[in-house]
Write a protein that binds this ligand. Structure first.
Ligand SMILES: [Zn+2]
Length: 113
């Protein structure tokens, strides 16, 4: 056991040092990088970790702020779209497409039948 005669330092100086409990990750959004959207007023200015339930397996997953930033700003995802599949299921989906992750747009030509 450690020495516990006095109040440990972290108890005496706690308030300013660290807030209690986990802090939700929150990163600022770069709205100029987000995909173009019409007159919808609720553009996210911050991204925060959020829970969602996978549509395939029903597992609860966290869509992290980082992933959201990537999705909206780098992948130019539609602004109202959110994550619906967990990592595992997305991986499975990718595998089932035969490992051609980025070509879906170019190979749509013959879909008119
Ligand atoms: Zn899943």
């Amino acid at each position: 056991m450690k020495r516990r005669r006095r109040l440990p330092r972290y108890l005496r100086e706690s308030t300013a040092a660290e807030p209690p409990g986990p802090v939700p990750v929150r990163i600022p959004a770069d709205t100029s990088q987000q995909a173009p959207h019409t007159s919808w007023g609720g553009v996210p200015l911050h991204y925060e970790d959020k829970e969602f339930i996978c549509v395939d397996c029903g597992k609860t997953e966290i869509w992290t702020a980082q992933q959201q930033k990537w999705w909206y700003e780098t992948a130019k995802g539609y602004i109202l779209s959110t994550a619906i599949r967990c990592n595992d299921c997305r991986q499975k989906l990718r595998d089932s497409h035969g490992g051609t992750p980025r070509r879906s747009h170019q190979e749509r030509r013959d879909s008119g039948r």
